[in-house]
Design a protein around this ligand. Structure first.
Ligand code: URA
Length: 428
């Protein structure tokens, strides 16, 4: 069935509901270049302003999946994946994928690169010498079967409509729309072929969704889309007001993930990894397996090593170190009461850990170590933050981003960052 693009735009502009046929046609015609960029820009703005109902969002997601291939993961273990909407210091995929694999599931984690202040999993892993992000579909399926976990770049054939539309939304002020964000995330994840999906929907200063209400609406929409498309989906709402763990950047986050896999690491990272692992195992029909025991046994760390080796990486090679380190000290005695995720993420990005434009390189050694977390007692002169970069000229602008990043209070009322309270709600 064929339509005039302008009629579809007018229908949404005037607050109407698009039919499944209109949606299938417009997404397909846009992917083929028949609907022009300016027409899709107008439609994206109309959707941004008018919204879409649940049926439209499910149909829009389906059309984006149909724009490319949907992988068939023919493996002997149950498949389950995790996706995070992105946060500062969010390295959870790195310990989580090998942990859940060591518990008996197969975790196909096809990821993107970072843009802006939240880092990308591939950029972090590329700080491991020799590690390769690009795998063919045959390699992905083989590694899933043999190792149980694969973290790699999404193949070109997955949801090409989303790649084109996301680039357009980026330059037309239409990113921050729940129907468009939800369909974008889910089209890629559903096309990846996993049977179960756990979504870590973040809220707070370092997240896309600044308020819990927005995050809850996104979470509900994501679960509805997954369920309608036959993927068992759970969403976990988590706080992102302060960085996760102590490391923000690339190599520093890999080092912290390895600490967790070796039985240590910050309490909040360990706690969130275990919460998400339990939800993934429940979807995979493996809820009798205890991820705490598997982590303590060293099996998850052994799977991490196999996962890195399978993609050409050397798990024993030293990680890159920065050419320049700058320390920010506490100005007074007291308790660190706040450490703002958005400011720390922005500072790490300015130090070179992230990129401003798609395709730019990142510095693998760049990032920030938080020597104190909210709730920690501090004394004047002690190191609070350690800034890592290969380009010392970037330090002044990073310091500017950190100007009001933290507060030290004289009393000791701030709660310690144990990971408790990080999970706000679980939607199934
Ligand atoms: N992440 C995505 O994959 N898509 C969006 O639209 C926003 C965040």
């Amino acid at each position: 069935m064929s339509f005039a693009a302008v009629d579809v735009i007018r229908a949404k502009r005037d607050g109407g509901r698009l039919t499944g046929e209109q949606i299938a046609w417009v997404v397909d015609a846009y992917t083929r270049g028949v609907v022009a960029e300016e027409q899709m820009a107008a439609l994206a703005m109309a959707i941004f302003l008018r919204g879409m109902d649940a049926g439209e969002i499910v149909a829009w997601t389906g059309a984006m999946i149909d724009s490319g291939e949907r992988l068939t993961l023919d493996v002997s273990r149950p498949t389950v994946d995790k996706h995070s909407t992105g946060g500062v210091g969010d390295k959870i995929t790195l310990p989580l994928a090998p942990l859940v694999a060591a518990c008996g599931a197969a975790v196909p984690q096809l990821s993107g690169r970072g843009l802006g202040h939240t880092g990308g999993t591939l950029d972090k892993l590329e700080s491991v010498p020799g590690w390769r992000a690009e795998l063919s579909t045959v390699e992905i399926v083989r590694q899933l079967d043999e190792v149980g976990a694969v973290v790699c770049a999404a193949t070109e054939g997955l949801a090409p409509a989303d790649r084109k539309l996301y680039a357009l939304r980026d330059v037309t002020g239409t990113v921050e729309s729940i129907p468009l964000i939800a369909s974008s995330i889910m089209s890629k994840k559903i096309a990846e072929g996993s049977s179960g999906l756990v979504l870590d929907v973040k809220t707070g200063s370092g997240a896309f969704m600044k308020t819990p209400d927005q995050a809850r609406e996104l979470a509900r929409t994501l679960v509805e889309i997954g369920t309608a498309h036959g993927v068992s989906t759970t969403a976990v709402l988590t706080g992102m007001g302060t960085p996760l763990g102590r490391a923000v950047g690339n190599a520093v986050e890999v080092a912290e993930a390895v600490e967790v896999l070796q039985g240590g690491g910050p309490a909040d990272v360990v706690s969130l990894t275990l919460t998400l692992a339990r939800e993934m195992l429940a979807l995979a029909g493996l809820s009798t397996v205890d991820p705490v025991e598997v982590l303590a046994s060293g099996a998850a760390y052994r799977t991490w090593r196999r996962m890195i080796l399978a993609q050409g990486g050397d798990p024993d090679a030293p990680l890159p170190t920065p050419r320049h380190v700058q320390v920010v000290e506490a100005s007074q005695d007291g308790v660190l009461s706040t450490l703002d995720a958005c400011s720390v993420g922005l500072a790490a990005w300015r130090l070179g850990a992230g990129r401003a434009r798609r395709g730019d390189p990142v510095q693998h050694a760049a990032g920030i170590l938080c020597h104190a977390k909210p709730g920690d007692a501090v004394v004047a002169g002690q190191p609070l933050l350690e800034l890592h970069t290969d380009t010392p000229g970037a330090v002044p602008s990073a310091l500017k981003a950190l100007e009001s990043a933290f507060t030290i209070s004289a009393d000791d009322e701030a709660p310690a960052s144990t990971g408790e309270g990080l999970v706000l709600e679980i939607l199934r």
